[in-house]
Design a protein around this ligand. Structure first.
Ligand code: FMN
Length: 363
């Protein structure tokens, strides 16, 4: 098992849902970057559980402790390591799942791959809780990006069939991004949140769960970050985003909708703006052409499946007796993980963009 990502800005995430602590080590950060602690805590709070009926009732304050790499709030250039102590574990809820795996969770694949030595408590290293150290890394990365004029924000674009207004991909106002990047359950159209909450609550009342999508945008990028083929912007963002559990798809720009159009509808015509900069009138490319940023907003959407752990009785197998049996899952689970996952997507995008800039000599 290895949970290390990146070449220039390398992150390594460790721990499990019910271990003493979880954390992240960040290598390769530039020295001399002031990190505002209040802003870090604000990002952590957006993901923390137990603050909303749409999420798990597990309560965790998610206060990170920095072990090294920051001196007087400024990066030293040495590895930055932070831990988050786990405080609210209820491990007995998970004992039976070792041999009776939850449908669509990682219990069965982990049982086979790790010879039943894996930590099953709370989902172990597969838990959505591991997005807390990712959000810490993202909170550091986004401050370094912000100093270079790059902003990152996202919103819950859909829950079930309920949709929020999408970003205007050629013009994303800075104030909107500022508002969204501070919000728990960020939405553009304010009444969308209530409709989405109703869908989540209806699923919860049915002992069920519901999925959704997150749309993320990065503005202020220079032209020229990324590469063709295997080290492109899409590759880097997708590989980090797929580290977020339950994320099952990503599309950039017009994505799958673009596949149903003609070139004349999907092409992004170029023009010079009033400052003589090359821009595009539309942004179906999502700010990426040939794996390289073109200076337009980078736009992508992530699809999250409905939470696997539902309270309804389901079929599973007993790996010790060889029988098909009924399973009723105990424990505290999110009826919908999407509102809490939005900040994790922003974090993944922030770290990936920092890596892309470092690799292209643009940091
Ligand atoms: C913030 C967050 C919270 C999550 N909470 C739960 C949960 O309460 N119950 C659950 O079954 N899955 C939860 N998940 C998803 C599982 O961790 C994930 O589905 C599982 O590890 C299997 O991985 P896969 O869905 O990527 O295949 C959560 C994911 C995230 C991002």
């Amino acid at each position: 098992m290895s949970s290390t990502w990146g070449e220039h800005i390398r992150i390594s995430i460790f721990g499990g849902s019910h271990t003493e602590a979880i954390g992240v080590n960040m290598d390769g950060l530039p020295a001399g970057e002031a990190i505002d602690w209040e802003q870090v805590l604000a990002q952590m709070a957006r993901r923390a559980p137990g603050q909303d009926p749409t999420a798990t009732r597990r309560k965790e304050p998610d206060q990170p402790q920095v072990l090294c790499g920051l001196l007087d709030g400024v990066t030293t250039g040495a590895p930055l390591c932070a831990i988050i102590v786990n405080q609210n574990q209820r491990s007995k809820d998970y004992e039976g799942l070792r041999v009776r795996p939850r449908p669509s969770h990682a219990d069965y694949t982990a049982y086979v791959k790790y010879g039943n030595h894996h930590d099953v408590r709370g989902g172990g290293h597969f838990s959505g809780r591991l997005t807390a150290p990712l959000v810490f890394a993202g909170a550091v990365a986004r401050q370094i990006l912000s100093r270079r004029g790059i902003q990152v924000a996202s919103h819950v674009a859909s829950i079930g069939e309920v949709e929020d207004t999408p970003f205007d991909p050629v013009n994303v106002p800075a104030e909107l991004m500022e508002r969204l990047s501070k919000a728990y359950f960020p939405v553009i159209q304010k009444d969308a949140k209530e409709k989405m909450r109703e869908v989540i609550e209806a699923a919860r009342m049915d002992c069920d769960s519901v999925g959704g999508t997150v749309e993320c945008v990065v503005t202020g990028l220079p032209v020229g970050a990324g590469n063709p083929m295997f080290d492109g912007v899409e590759n880097k963002i997708a590989s980090l985003c797929f580290g977020i559990p339950a994320l099952k798809g990503i599309e950039f720009g017009s994505g799958f909708a673009g596949s149903r159009r003609r070139g004349s509808e999907n092409n992004d015509p170029f023009y010079y703006d009033e400052n003589g900069r090359v821009k595009t009138r539309t942004n179906h490319s999502g700010g990426i052409q040939g794996g390289i940023t073109n200076g337009m907003p980078l736009v992508f959407r992530s699809a999250f499946k409905p939470t696997a752990s539902i309270a309804q009785e389901q079929d599973t197998v007993d790996l010790t007796t060889g029988e098909t049996v009924k399973l009723v899952i105990k424990g505290r689970h999110d009826p919908c993980i999407v509102p809490r996952a939005a900040v994790a997507v922003e974090a993944a995008a922030s770290v990936a963009v920092l890596e892309l800039l470092a690799e292209s000599g643009l940091l």
